[in-house]
Write a protein that binds this ligand. Sequence first.
Ligand code: FES
Length: 371
Amino acid sequence: MNHLNHPHQTPMTSPPPGLHGRFKHDPLMVLATGVLKAWFPLWGLVSRDHQVESVNRVKQLRLVGRDVVAEDEDVVAFTFADPQGGELEPWFPGAHLDVLLPSGLMREYSLCGDPGERKTYRIAVRRIPDGGGGSKEMHDVLNIGDLVGIKGPRNAFPLAMPGFGSGAKHLRFIAAGIGITPILPMLAAADRVGLDWSMLYSGRSLASIPFRDEVTKYGDRVTIRTDDEHGLPTAADLLGPLPPDTAVYTCGPVPMLESIRRELVGRPDVELHYERFSPPPVEDGKPFTITLKSGETIGVAADETALSALLKSRPHTPYSCRQGFCGTCRVRVTDGEIDHRDSLLTEPERADGIMLACISRAAGDHLAVDL
Ligand code: FES
């Protein structure tokens, strides 16, 4: 298995995608970008800085569509547009948006529409009654016509197209339930450029599966497998017979991803790319305590994150991805040594005592934070 770590953002200086809705880089734009880089050495820098600034900026977009996309009615697709009707920032399959909810919560959702459609962004959200509140607020509070703060798109799960950045010759997509959202634009991209691909889509039942009509149009390339009919799938069921030089793209719960990862040990000819929709398990954790400004001390168990422990005492502690790549959960540590486990913070931020509470921990047995 060749497990590829995903960069947390798409390369900012690469040429934009095709001008005509194709997913290959447009030859004209490749040439134009090359000429600009050759004649204007600052072009790459200016272009990158402009784009970094634009993904970090909060845009107010209007909610123009709300559609139930699973029969059990737990999944709603939300479509946003520029209030003036302008074009939105381009994006690639695997990208997500940060949605700033009226309560102040921020949540990340994968874009699941068509990257060639430049006037709207579509995301889909499963309502999780006992979750952190973001999905309930999306479902219960947002109405057509509302203006909503949006940041992004950013891409932490890019699709490397065979022949265009990947040596793979075949693509195998595996999605479970709402994990279909980043995969859906990948299917369209792979299909549009005529790649050899297949997909296994699993879910509890047919009624719980979102966007069933949008995947069944691909015919026998897609297999839908439900637990109520076939039982829980094994990793071998999910992967199917994998020819050499296959890239696997999968999104789903941690146990499913772990079983796939284990099944691919000993397959150096297979790339594995995955995105979780829940936090990774804590590895090599030791218990420690966190002292707040008020003097209250909170215990963090060996298998618990600092963020989970903080949320018990401070339920409004901000967070979003819970995987160490959005930066929402940053806290300043005023005492104690940090075991940084993210790849997002810069050295000056670390030197300043900043820590991402969703993933990083104490190097010793105690931290004090500015909360
Ligand atoms: S919640 Fe995203 S980095 Fe911690």
